[in-house]
Design a protein around this ligand. Sequence first.
Ligand SMILES: Cc1ncc(COP(=O)(O)O)c(C=O)c1O
Length: 344
Amino acid sequence: MKQIDWKTLGFDAYRTRTVVISHFKDGQWSTPEKTETFSFTFDPFAQALHYAISCFEGLKAFRQQDGRIAMFRPTENAARMQRTARYLGMPCPPEELFLQMCEDCIHGNMEFLPPYGFGASMYLRPLLIGVHPQMQLVPYPEAVFAVMCAPVGSYYGAHLRSCAAVIPGNYDRAAPKGSGSYKIGANYAATFKPYKIAHEQGYTELLYLNSSTREYVDEFGSSNFFGIRGNKYITPLSDSVLPSITNKTLQEVAADLGMEVEKRPVPLEELATFEEAGGCGTAVVITPLSRIDMKPVLEEPEVSRSFLFGTDGVVGPWSTALYRRITAIQAGEAEDTHGWCYFV
Ligand SMILES: Cc1ncc(COP(=O)(O)O)c(C=O)c1O
């Protein structure tokens, strides 16, 4: 195996060794199997391929300061996958199976678990897909649940670097009363094209508004939104954003740091009042923003409004404090008073 440079890891589909798989058929989950072929075989009519009957989770495992290995809040991911599976009418892996397969995946890929001290971790990707060959648009009680992993550094190539985002006036992420709050693959499909355009224009992130009225902030394409004013941590309450486990954690960390926490609809206008703003999620942890541009048509040059946060390029004090605290707990450097680390 080529020596991995833990310092320069990005966020890529790195090919590791072991994938752990269980099959739901005839009303039960099979005993998980570890495979090293790194490939799946499906019927060409499998539901996942045609109708996007597919969902996933994302969580991290850390080698901590004292050498122990901890997954961060994996029971939350297990619960969220069950909620998503119910939405898709799929069999749900029970929490016990979810945790066991995540542990098996870590143990089957130990040489890819980044050592302590590089700011890197092992990203676990549990995937649940409908594999029954079927043309009809109805659920079927057959699925494959697989857990794979990749060593990751920072999503954007640098830790806590401030970025620009764009609000695309002519794209939505999720329909009102649609699937936005579930972690289904199809939600991400709709973001590929606008992401490509935004990246070509130098923006790191897409910030979506609520699609029914476009009056409120929903979330980024890959993470939740938070804004900071004074000592308040403010994050949108919306039924079309993914209930982020990082955001839930940051709300508790913010309270621990003496901040006030508000989870409520965030009007677009309020962006102008935030001193700091950012995205949060497992992959990114925190992405501090220096500006958000609003473009009526993403493909066109016109910017109708810009919102600026802090001094350009300098990450604000609260964002820095939140980032430091959450990453210190994950690395075992700060006391895990909430019991978020799940040791394997
Ligand atoms: C659309 C979207 N929102 C929010 C999040 C953050 O969720 P979590 O903190 O559970 O990773 C993610 C995933 O990272 C996401 O893909």
